[in-house]
Design a protein around this ligand. Structure first.
Ligand code: SF4
Length: 387
């Protein structure tokens, strides 16, 4: 098991940049094209939001700039925000992981150098597929060549921790194309690979095209074959399969995302950003203009919130922890559940062990490789103990 160095009082910071060059057809993230004129006011608003949490006695362990497309944001403003965070929060004694999501064709050499000098030490690049036809079909603005240019530029600048995001199950995608994508990606030797199955979200352009019969999605069996091939191939290429959809070369797991999956605290700044902090989870206003206005007039940003009580925290530990190869330690559940509920949980676990879907070593449970393909139904079954 890889050591997670996050200490009890440390937390992560997420900063959301909801601006994109163009909206991809499958995207239902809180991101917008055509709002570039708001970038300056958004920077001012972000600083004001951050100020609301100062002074803060706890230390920051990871910073993650996500989006949207943070690399499409004006570099000077991005660096101003990063510097502000680094100067106003205590930072962990270890070098903190600072990730920037970038999209091919939205960043140049000078910006990469400046961002590296400003402390960015990990890049997450949105590639999705290596076939230009597929990229076009899902509304991506870049080609495989654009990606290769950005990837090599980043390596030349000295980034030695680069993750790539891929999607399988794309409209019309074949298993052969997916195998080709993985082969080309492995050949580049990125430090981290995320491979998610496409979710067609209602309200997106892609959903309309699928509904109109313009695009045919791969069948469930074809998608399962793509996932199985991924789980088989990437470990053989030296990647640890440490979370259902995430693979890393040894020492390159995403610390920031592990922080989420382990239920640790993080503060999310920006439009639509979620925070889980000191026993509460809450979400900011979604639209960048509303977010800017609320900060300008000193109003509340929060649109949704919930208290994370002990039982909710336990359920989330189970739900997220089972996605991790390291699994979940049951000691906490034994301590916090009433004996009858813990007994029910153990009975469900025993049945899943007998079905070959869960492995148990002493007090730790893990999903087996077969079970990862149907993780949602297994997790729901275990969560039924709370109903
Ligand atoms: S680049 Fe990312 S955030 Fe922006 S529209 Fe495409 S998928 Fe959505």
């Amino acid at each position: 098991m890889e050591a997670i160095r996050l200490l009890g009082n440390e937390f992560g910071i997420y900063v959301h940049f909801p601006f994109c060059k163009k909206k991809c057809d499958y995207c239902d993230f809180n991101s917008y094209a055509g709002l570039d004129s708001l970038m300056s006011a958004y920077t001012v608003a972000l600083i004001k939001e951050i100020e609301r949490y100062l002074p803060q006695s706890r230390s920051v362990r990871t910073i993650y700039c996500g989006g949207g497309t943070p690399s499409y944001f004006i570099t000077e403003f991005l660096i101003y925000i990063l510097n502000y965070i680094r100067e106003h929060f205590f930072l962990s004694r270890d070098q903190i992981e600072t990730t920037l999501e970038i999209n091919p064709g939205t960043i140049n050499l000078q910006s990469l150098v400046e961002l590296r000098n400003a402390g960015v030490n990990r890049l997450s690049i949105g590639l999705q597929a290596t076939q230009d036809e597929l990229l076009k079909r899902i509304g991506r603005v870049h080609t495989w060549d654009d990606f290769c240019f950005t990837y090599h530029l980043a390596r030349d600048v000295g980034f030695n921790n680069i993750g790539l995001d891929l999607i399988f199950g794309l409209p019309g995608q074949t298993l052969t194309e997916w195998k080709e994508t993985l082969a080309k990606v492995v050949n580049l030797s990125p430090n981290h690979i995320s491979a998610y199955a496409l979710q067609v979200e209602s309200g997106t352009k892609l959903a309309a095209k699928v509904e109109a019969g313009e695009f045919i999605l791969p069948s469930e069996d074809e998608v399962a074959a793509m996932m199985a091939y991924t789980m088989e191939t990437l470990p053989l290429a030296g990647y640890e399969h440490y979370e259902i959809s995430n693979y890393a070369k040894p020492g390159f797991r995403s610390e920031h995302n592990l922080n989420y999956w382990l239920g640790r605290d993080y503060l999310g700044f920006g439009a639509g950003a979620f925070s889980t902090f000191q026993g509460k989870r809450y979400c900011n206003l979604h639209h960048p203009q509303e977010y800017i206005n609320a900060l300008k007039y000193d109003q509340s940003l929060i649109v949704e919130s919930e208290i994370i009580d002990e039982q909710l925290a336990l359920k989330e530990r189970l739900m997220l922890g089972l996605r991790l190869a390291d699994g979940v330690n049951l000691n906490e559940f034994r301590r916090s559940l009433v004996p009858t509920s813990f007994g029910r949980l153990e009975r469900e676990i025993d049945e899943l062990v007998n079905l070959g879907l869960i492995r148990r070593f002493d007090n730790t449970i893990q999903l087996t490789t077969n079970a990862m393909m149907i993780s949602n139904s297994i997790i729901s079954r275990l969560l039924s103990v709370w109903s």
